[in-house]
Each structure stands twice: as C-alpha cells, then as structure tokens.
Design a protein around this ligand. Sequence first.
Ligand code: SF4
Ligand code: SF4
Length: 119
Amino acid sequence: MARIVILSCKKIKDVTCVSCMKCFKGIKERAGEFARYGDEEIEIVAMGNCGDCPGLVMPKMGLIMDLAKVYEREVDVIHFGTCMVRATGTAKCPINLNELKVKLEAKFEKSVVIGTHPW
Ligand code: SF4
Ligand code: SF4
C-alpha cells in the first residue's frame, strides 16, 4: 500500500487542469509517475497545494503532517503534481523542485516524487 499526498500548483489546479481528473486517471492506469507502484494499492491521503506563489510548501506540508497525526493517517510518499512541474517549466514558477524535494525528504523523512500523471 502506497499512502500518498499530492501537492499541486495553486494557479493551475482546477483552472487549466480541471477537477484533478488527470491524476485520478493516472492512478487508475498506473501511468506516468504512478507506474512505479505496479499492482500495489494506492491510497490518496491528501491533496493540497503549494500555498500560491512564491510557494509555501514547507509550512503547508508541516500542517498536512500535523493533521495526518491528528486523524491517525500514515503518509509514505509526497508527489509534486505534474501541474507543479509544468508551472516551473512554463509559468516562471519560483520553486526549485529538486531543492524542495531534498528539503522535504530531510524534514519529514518521506520519499518525494517529482510529477504525477503523464498528460
Ligand atoms: S497535475 Fe494532478 S494535482 Fe495537479 S492539477 Fe492536475 S490533476 Fe490536479
Ligand atoms: S507557479 Fe509555483 S509557486 Fe506559483 S502557485 Fe504554481 S506551483 Fe505554486
């Protein structure tokens, strides 16, 4: 069982990537960065966003992990949505995803994957 938190770009989520349908399709089809899970069951524990520009991911993730403790929810992996990857490539997003991945992994001791669906 992979228990996942997906973080999205606040500017893109539900605006040009409507209703997060692509990530749910990617999970069902094990497409894109979800292919790594193969037949393993996937549980989405939370879907949050970056907190808007210029990116408040560290404090946001702290709050998500606090809530996960309160509600007795385990988290194994944090995914940056493909929306965040697109934002850094095309929308001048100020977040350095590689640096943020290292910081999150060190602080929360969870794996971080850059990307979700392939579309
Ligand atoms: S990439 Fe995923 S998390 Fe981001 S807006 Fe699209 S469907 Fe939602
Ligand atoms: S462009 Fe980057 S910092 Fe701004 S909302 Fe999107 S992911 Fe967050």
